[in-house]
Design a protein around this ligand. Structure first.
Ligand SMILES: [Zn+2]
Length: 256
């Protein structure tokens, strides 16, 4: 592998027409990926697609993609035991919708708590989706409150926290993955510059968030080199050095 996409959803139906072509282009470009589940079906789909060589899986229930689907402990326990599963998630807290009732936060917290325990039992890191309400860091602060002292490891997916919040996650030993948002928005540059390179991962969140060169189209893990190049540019570092470092981080964090 030359690159690693730490958070993609190539099991989603958006790839049903051309999944083989996408996966074969990824092989040609030496891009490995973590395929992330968001519910029971997509978690199983991630495991089925993983080969344990360059494609790996994460299993979990997204905090608010499918609020009607309850967390089934036995189901995720069985999936998490598979050696191709290298992370638990995506899971976490999403406070983005102001119309959500207060009870929704409590529901998300109880589901997230089960993921924390699952990750600890299997000694696998959490793949965390946390989205604060507008103008705040609330979901991040609640995640910190829940994980601190547990010893659980984790990666903050699609990270948009400020430097202050970043410091607190760093103290927990967490890593941070950045998307192609970096190719068209400048508000995360400070954090990208602030972080030690050892704490940075690259991700696409494909099919979402295509890079500047393909804005508005379906995304795929082939966008990773563009994200690596942007991180190197923002940090003023050599592109190949950054590529090697973030790849080594993924191999370490997910024990690939
Ligand atoms: Zn995702």
């Amino acid at each position: 592998m030359r690159y690693f996409d730490a958070h993609s959803h190539v099991q989603f139906p958006q790839y049903d027409e051309d999944r083989d072509a996408v996966l074969s282009a990824m092989r040609d470009a030496e891009i490995g990926a973590l395929i992330v589940g968001t519910d029971s079906g997509y978690s199983k789909g991630a495991v089925d697609l993983a080969d344990g060589k360059t494609l790996f899986a994460a299993v979990g229930l997204h905090p608010n993609d499918k609020p009607q689907e309850g967390y089934d402990p036995a189901y995720y326990e069985a999936l998490a035991a598979d050696s191709r599963v290298v992370a638990i998630g995506e899971c976490g807290l999403d406070y983005f919708r102001p119309e959500d009732p207060e009870a929704e936060k409590e529901r998300q917290k109880s589901v997230f708590q089960q993921h924390i325990e699952l990750a600890l039992r299997h000694d696998k890191p959490l793949m965390i989706h946390a989205r604060p309400s507008k103008g705040t860091m609330d979901a991040y602060l609640d995640v910190i409150e829940m994980v601190k002292g547990t010893g659980v490891r984790g990666n903050m997916h699609f990270y948009v926290g400020d430097v202050e919040t970043t410091k607190r996650f760093l103290e927990l030993g967490f890593t941070f993955s950045f998307t192609a948002v970096l190719t068209f928005a400048r508000e995360y540059d400070d954090v990208v510059k602030y972080l030690p390179i050892e704490s940075i991962l690259t991700e696409t969140d494909a099919p979402y968030i295509a890079p500047a060169s393909r804005r508005g189209q379906r995304n795929d893990p082939l966008a990773i080199p563009e994200i690596v190049a942007k991180i190197a540019e923002i940090r003023g570092e050599d592109e190949d050095t950054v590529r090697e470092a973030v790849l080594a981080n993924a191999i370490r964090v997910f024990a690939l």
